[in-house]
Structure formats: C-alpha cells, structure tokens
Design a protein around this ligand. Structure first.
Ligand code: G1P
Length: 297
C-alpha cells in the first residue's frame, strides 16, 4: 500500500499583474468564477482527493485569503436571523478547521520551485500534492483524485499533463516522454518554457503534481533556471535523472488557464452554463449573441 497523500501546497504568492488593476487590492485567487473564488475550486478538488492539510504559500497583500477561510460570525448570525439556511450552508463550507490550514510567506518572488520549497518543513518526509489554483479543471472525477488513484498504483512522482499546440511551448513545462502507456507516460526529462523548436514533445505540465520529499531536497540544490527563477520543473527533471518512476498523467477533464484573461472568460462561460440556476437565462443570452454576426451577413 502506497502512503496516503494528505498534504497539499497551494502556491498563491504571485502578484497577479496580468489582472491589474483588479489585483491591486484583491488577490488573484479570490477572483470569482460565477460566485466562487478560484481558490475554492482548488480546495474542493483537494478535499475530494483526500487532502487533510492545506499549506498556502502566500506573500504580502494576500490577507484576504486568510479571511476567506476564517469563520465569519457576524455574517453567519445575520443569515441565521433571516433564515437563509442555504447561504449559511455555503458559507460554512468555506471555513477551514483550525489546524488544517497553514500559511507560509514567500518573501521574494523567486519562482514556483522556490514557493514549494518554502513549505518544506511542513511537508517533512512524506509525499505531497501541489495545486496551482490558476489552472481550473472541470472534470467528472476531480483531476487530483484521478492522480491520487493512479499514484496508488505506480507511486513515484506524477505531473498532470495535457497536449498543447507546439507554438505555445514557451508557456509551459514540457515533458520528454520515454514510454507512452496511454493515460500514464514515463518521463525521461522535463524542460521549462522551451522555444517551440526545442520542445521535447507537445505534452505540457498542468498545475497538479504529486511529489516525493526528494523533490524538496532537489530544490535545496538547484540554481535558477528559465526566467531567472527557481523552477519546480528543474527539480522534477533532476529526479528523472536518478529514478525511472516519474510520470506524466493525462487527466480526463477540461482545463482552463485562469491565469490569462481569455482563459478566465472561457471558464466563466463554461461554469456559468454548467449551473442549473443560470444555464437557461445565460445560455439564451449566448445563443442570441452568437446569432448577431450571422444575422448581419
Ligand atoms: C507553471 C509551471 C509550468 C506549468 C504551468 C502550468 O508555469 O512552471 O511548468 O506548465 O505552471 O500552468 P506558470 O504558468 O506559473 O508560469
């Protein structure tokens, strides 16, 4: 029996400059898809995968995140008084148990690898998950749960993966594939944000990882890489050099890049249409919108 994955790291220290001016005072992770902040989708996915300890790597200006997960007695009282039990229920689902959540500060923006490394003492000597809340994945079975199940079979290190157009290589960590087994691929390397001509494949890492503590040890040693930052990709590539059980996992689901404006809008449309209380009105609006250019021709 492989060890259970009970801890997850959420790197949320980024400044979110692509969403300025919104992110001047609101952490990007609090921005909402319909009516739930990005971070709530990530937390729900982690919970579904059996995660019990949530480690946030934050930075200055992110205190709204801490408030979001705290209890809100005044609001609760008010909803109780008005008999709004449905809203009360929603509100309570956002509160994290004391001791289940920890915040660590990444004091300098030194990259994703550095952010993960900041949580090393809380991780200790057990495998852990990493979830990048920018990558929102709509799936029947949540992506991390799919990975935890696959990991129970093969162990090692695992990166969520998805085919992307070669022209987009410079936006991703790209996997070098040694053996393609369908959903699982065995890796022989990984390169962070290569130029398209240098991409080892068009299989890109997406923001879900299951990693062993040896990745933390690699992060202790590696130097800055792409973009002058300490890259998680480089620590994983280092691991591949020493072991043959580093995998990519082609998850089933649709990924939205909510770190980009276009991706965020696409996710808003998809999640809006998926909601029972909105799909009719919103769907009708979209159909009308789509009909306008056709009618004009
Ligand atoms: C990060 C990782 C990259 C991965 C991507 C997925 O990049 O460094 O390897 O492909 O997330 O979203 P970022 O998008 O934070 O620049």
């Amino acid at each position: 029996m492989r060890s259970r994955i009970s801890k997850a790291i959420f790197p949320v220290a980024g400044l979110g400059t692509r969403f300025l001016p919104a992110t001047k005072s609101v952490p990007k992770e609090i921005m909402t898809l319909v009516d739930r902040p990005l971070i709530q989708y990530a937390i729900d996915e982690a919970r579904a995968a059996g995660i019990k300890e949530f480690i946030f790597v934050t930075s200055r200006g992110k205190s709204a995140l801490e408030d979001y997960f705290d209890s809100a007695p005044q609001l609760e009282q008010e909803l109780k008084r008005k008999g709004k039990d449905d809203l009360l229920e929603i509100l309570r689902s956002t509160t994290m148990d004391s001791g289940a959540i920890a915040y660590i500060r990444q004091q300098k923006p030194m990259g994703l690898g550095h952010a993960v490394w900041c949580a090393r003492r809380l991780i200790g000597d057990e495998p852990f998950a990493v979830i990048l809340p920018d990558d929102v994945i709509a799936a029947e079975k949540p992506c991390l749960q799919q990975m935890v199940e696959a990991h129970a079979e093969v162990g090692g290190n695992m990166v969520a993966a998805m085919e992307v157009p070669t022209a987009k290589a410079a936006s991703y960590g790209l996997l070098d594939v040694a053996e393609d087994m369908g959903a699982l691929v065995r890796m022989r390397g990984m390169v962070e944000k290569p130029q398209p001509e240098d991409a080892p494949s068009n299989l890109a890492a997406i923001g879900r990882y299951i990693l062993t503590p040896s990745i933390m040890r690699n992060l202790n040693r590696i130097k800055s890489g792409a973009g002058g930052e300490i890259q998680l990709t480089d620590a994983i590539a280092e691991e591949v050099r020493r072991s043959d059980n580093v995998y990519g996992y082609r998850f089933r689901g649709q990924r939205f890049d909510c770190g980009s404006k276009a991706g965020f809008l696409q996710a808003t449309v998809a999640f809006g249409l998926a909601r029972d209380d909105l799909c009719e009105e919103f769907g009708e609006y979209l159909r009308d919108m789509m009909a306008i250019p056709a009618a004009a021709q």
